[in-house]
Design a protein around this ligand. Structure first.
Ligand code: RM4
Ligand code: MN
Length: 386
């Protein structure tokens, strides 16, 4: 087995992008429980995100959702982020909350609605240009609820055309990442339900189009690490939206529902050259409905770090030797040895060596930051969907 010293330099390159919306209130369709101290605007979301980075050294960029994080001056916002020690990250477009989008957005039957959704994405590319951000992430709520409701084949044609129009606005150093999700909010069919559909659209668009894999967007039992391996083989895995789920798209803390699955995914990321690799953005897409937002984010980035450390510990030479010898159980044992290694003491030391707290959650609780925002911020708003 490898030791922590063998992997610490590589592990030190980990950077996780956090979502601005994780700092807002969120909930289910049944109830949103507000939390005191919730950010009232994007600047306060950035300030909270900066705490996560300051305490863990793991979260240097913050993804924005437009229009939830709309401001008049994006260059100014980017400069403000820098003063907090973070940078702006992926721009997420949002074509799922206007009344016009009831029947879809980029695949809508009405060309006028498609044009509106395209224009919104072009506006997002403009924000990327102003802020030096590389990626536009598109997640669509498009789909149908009833068989026969719309022509599912023609919807693919409309979608392809809309995406091509958006893609044509990208600069050479910008990318489009297309996220898939197998159901919800549409219940019968979804226009980008799976990685195959996303990949087909990306291949048609060109080499600046990549797939975004949200770990919560698969049917139960799906072998996600296989998808990771396949997309990395094609050079088309652009980004992850990490979270975890028990049943549907639960958006729980990454690694909380199934740590072994996270380990297997990160093993394939490393195996396929997806880490360290700036072309594969490791992002969180989560909601903290009942736990403290900032602590939830701290725990999340630490979970990714911990499982990545274990994945890096896999003795790949011993694994390959066992695989090639057809020694099934030795291969499995080599793999499991890494998974079962408790790296938490090493990680605590690793943090301290960088001048970071050994226990970032405890440090956050001791910092007084939460108390300070609770008294300073009144009327904090939701993430945007309620
Ligand atoms: C979607 C999808 C997107 C995220 C929104 C908030 O389910 O996962 O990535 O931007 O939720
Ligand atoms: Mn997502």
């Amino acid at each position: 087995m490898l030791s922590f010293a063998d992997i610490s330099d590589t592990l030190g390159r980990l950077a996780i992008e956090v979502p601005s919306w994780a700092y807002g209130n969120s909930g289910t369709r049944f109830k949103v429980f507000g939390q005191p101290g919730t950010p009232r605007d994007v600047r306060e979301k950035l300030a909270d995100a900066a705490q996560v980075n300051a305490l863990t050294g793991l979260a240097p960029t913050v993804a924005l959702h437009i229009p939830w994080d709309k401001v008049d001056d994006y260059a100014d916002l980017a400069a403000y982020a820098e003063t907090l020690g973070v940078r702006l990250g992926t721009i997420n477009s949002n074509t799922f909350q206007d009344d016009d989008y009831k029947l879809g957005s980029l695949a809508h039957p009405d060309p006028a609605v498609r044009a509106k959704a395209i224009a919104h994405n072009v506006e997002c590319i403009g924000i990327m240009t102003q802020t030096g951000v590389r990626d536009l992430k598109i997640w669509l709520a498009d789909g149908t609820n009833y068989p026969g409701q719309d022509d599912i084949r023609e919807r693919q044609d409309r979608l392809a055309d809309s995406l091509a129009q958006i893609y044509s606005y990208l600069a050479d150093d910008q990318r489009l990442v297309l996220e898939y999700k197998f159901f919800e909010p549409a219940f019968y069919h979804t226009d980008v339900p799976d990685w195959g559909t996303s990949l087909l659209h990306c291949l048609a668009l060109g080499d600046k189009a990549y797939v975004c894999l949200d770990t919560g967007h698969h049917a139960p039992g799906t072998n996600i690490e296989f998808i990771v391996a396949s997309l990395l083989r094609q050079g088309r895995l652009g980004s992850f939206d990490f979270n975890s789920r028990f049943y549907a798209d639960d958006d729980l803390i990454v690694g909380s529902a199934d740590p072994f699955q996270l380990f297997r995914i990160l093993y394939e990321v490393v195996r396929g050259g997806g880490f360290p690799n700036p072309d594969v953005a490791l992002m969180l897409d989560q909601c903290h409905n009942i736990e403290n937002h900032i602590e939830g984010q701290i725990r999340s980035v630490l979970n990714v770090q911990e499982m990545l450390a274990r994945a890096l510990l896999v003795d790949v030479d011993a694994l390959r030797a066992a695989q090639q010898a057809g020694d099934v159980l030795t291969a499995n044992r080599v793999f499991m040895d890494a998974f079962y290694t408790d790296v938490r003491p090493d990680l605590a030391q690793f943090r301290e060596a960088q001048g970071l707290p050994a226990d970032p959650v405890a440090a956050f609780r001791a910092s007084g930051y939460q108390q300070q925002i609770e008294s300073a911020r009144v009327g904090g708003r939701a993430a945007g969907w309620n």
